[in-house]
Design a binder for this molecule. Sequence first.
Ligand SMILES: [Zn+2]
Length: 464
Amino acid sequence: MKLLRYVVLVSSLSPCLFAQTKESADLTIAGGTVVTMDGARTILNDGAVVVKGDTIIAVGPRTELEPRYQPKTSIDARGKLVLPGFINGHTHVPMTLFRGLHDDVMLDEWLRRYIFPAEAKNVNEEFVRWGTHLAAAEQIRSGITTFADMYYFEDAIAEETKAAGMRGILGETFIDFPAPDNKNEGEMLGYTEKFLRKWQNDPLIHAAPAPHSIYTCSQKTLQDAAALARRYHAPILIHVAEMKKEWDDSEKKNGMSPVQYLDKIGVLGPDVIAAHCIYVDEKDRSTLAQRQTGCVHNPSSNMMLASGVAPVPEMRAAGVAVGLGTDGPAGSNNDLDIMEEIDLAAKLAKITKMDPRALNAKAVVEMATIDGAEAVHMEREIGSLEKGKKADVIIISLDEPNAVPMYDIYAQLAYALKASDVQTVVIGGRVVMRDRKLLTLNEEQAMARAREYKKTIAASLGIP
Ligand SMILES: [Zn+2]
């Protein structure tokens, strides 16, 4: 009798016990072609990505993972590509509100006649908030999940970035003239230290100092900003060797290249994110590799400003981590479309070398993902779909005329697919765009405010 009761009990419980052996998860993205960008560059046809909290807990064939996990929600990715989120390694997001203010002029004239006066008259905390809001919408729409920014009032940018659910490496600018937020180096140091303290250990926001460049910052400013960053284990964002004049002036003034100068004064290191790196010779490239400094290539910007061409294949060959950035989005690009940069990076290298093999499709997809993560020193957290990494995942539709047929996934990503094919975006396990609908932002309101800003900015400069 006793034994019989026991058997009945077990058999009535057994379906429940079986169900409990499934590990709980928050989200699975199942059925797509998963382009992991892991060390082996594994591609899984009919794969799955399993997420718990803000972290990926499993990546593998769908048929193996589905019986093992019980997710709260699941996204069907059949017939689509699943990738790690793209990384925009260099931009100035509030400048969305200056988009198209004045183009097709020399950098000097653009800065002196338009941007510096426009910034002096218009940039305040509210301005950067709306500019960031608009930029976040645009970036999410092109599959960007992490961006590195350099601007003013960066703490307000951080608040808006976090509200949008995006990951940001956000650099408060140090520059040797009164900025819209801080009027001297003392104020810049004070503001930035508070900023660094406030965001310590935040899961999405990485606060940083951003000494603008060697041509706008004294040696003391550069060293002070770097020392502050290192006290807080923060990265250092800086423009490096972005124009010929910077190289020539550095040779004249310091007797060495911009890269060698930054190395000599102790700024270069494994925590530096160097935007542009156009004028870097063989010695510079080996120094950048030795110091493990990350470099960010911005092909649209370099072409639009006719700055020159960064030696990307040579940098990669020297072992430098090279990511991709949009720069801009005013004057030096005018949009925040990272898929355009993926395409242009390959084509710019090809035409410069007069060799279509110079930089291939796979290489430029690497630059927007895993190499980009290394360039911003976050390769342990982002850049690939692997167990233990942050759940920054994008789903790209293959249901448009430009997306079919597909023979080679990397070639399709680099040369055929568009930002508008990005369908769903997940950052840190949170769905921020589902089927092209933004879930964390009021896009209509941001666009309406941008149109309003145009009127006041134009009026402040006396232009129609
Ligand atoms: Zn820049």
